[in-house]
Design a protein around this ligand. Structure first.
Ligand code: CP
Ligand code: NVA
Length: 305
């Protein structure tokens, strides 16, 4: 790698396995520091620029709060608040931003747009979700699973639902941590072949199926996400039909007695998950949401080291 180029985090496998564990360990340490009320202002005077083309609750708040806790600052840049929305090219936005801020986080539609940002930025670029990937979510997910299960060895996770951005980054993260992953999607909603190939190259061996019960059976963790991601609102009717049988319900959980239930949120109760399940003590969705904060602080301080 070129030492003059910043490190970017566009997907989980931009980190090696060793680096991933370094970030997760640092996240655990930050979580402890927050709980103990210890000062950990590791990024004094540093600024994060946060570019958003899509809505966000958790990503925005956890990054902004995280920078405050690290002694730095974050700026929210909605696409219609900056000249990007009026047609300024992304490559110019990236170069201008780079002259002010120390690190950029971006939530965009096309994955290639975070690649353009990274290509033109002189500072690290972090993917805050694209149509294809959500690696910051995966960091929090892995932290949550490690806390819940005590490690990754012999832990089986079932992804049940859409083979979407969250599923794809999680599949890469599962390969790097040796989780035993089964991905159940309806036909036509599978993970991209390229993602499966990357996972296998990293030593992963994800099982894919179209049968949610097969995936759920004896799983330690069951993970789902919305059936209609941001930008897919027009596909609602056909997706609601296609995902029939994939809801995380009490009936499905009968196949996995001890499974914890994960969801990256926001959730649509009555669609991919029932209200009963998400409100039950199986659900660890708010631990997952909290862990966004700790994991991203660790990532930012590692990238800016
Ligand atoms: N899980 C997640 O990224 O949530 P937001 O869309 O609220 O940021
Ligand atoms: N798959 C969802 C995740 C939101 C955090 C979406 O892309 O809308």
């Amino acid at each position: 790698t070129d030492e003059t180029q910043p490190r970017h985090f566009l997907d989980v496998d931009d980190l090696t396995e060793e680096e991933l564990f370094t970030v997760l360990d640092r996240a655990t340490e930050y979580k402890r520091a927050v709980e103990a009320g210890e000062d950990h202002a590791d990024l004094p005077g540093q600024t994060l620029g946060m570019l958003f083309q899509k809505a966000s609750t958790r990503t925005r708040i956890s990054f902004e709060t995280g920078m405050t806790q690290l002694g730095g600052h974050a700026i929210f840049l909605g696409q219609d608040d900056i000249q990007l929305g009026r047609g300024e090219p992304l490559k110019d936005t990236s170069r201008a931003l780079s002259r002010y801020v120390d690190v950029v986080m971006a939530r965009v539609f096309k994955h290639e747009n975070v690649e353009v940002l990274a290509e033109y930025a002189d500072v690290p670029v972090v993917n805050g979700l694209t149509d294809d990937a959500h690696p910051c979510q995966t960091l929090a997910d892995l932290l949550t699973i490690r806390e819940q299960e005590g490690g990754f060895d012999e832990v089986s996770v079932a992804w049940i639902g859409d083979g979407n951005n969250v599923a794809q980054s999680f599949t890469i993260g599962a390969a790097l941590t040796d989780l035993d992953l089964t991905v159940a999607t309806p036909e036509g909603y599978e993970l991209d072949d390229a993602v499966l190939e990357r996972a296998r190259d990293l030593g992963g061996d994800p099982t894919t199926t179209h049968d949610p019960v097969e995936a759920a059976t004896d799983a330690d963790v069951i993970y789902t996400d919305v059936w209609i991601s941001m930008g897919q609102e027009d596909e609602r009717d056909v997706r609601m039909d296609d995902f029939e049988g994939f809801q995380i319900s009490s009936e499905l959980l009968e196949h996995a007695d001890d499974a914890s239930v994960m969801h990256c949120l926001p959730a649509h109760r009555g669609e991919e998950i029932t209200d009963e399940v998400i409100e039950s003590d199986r659900s660890i969705v708010f631990d997952q949401a909290e862990n966004r904060l700790h994991a991203q602080k660790a990532l930012l301080s590692w990238l800016l080291e």
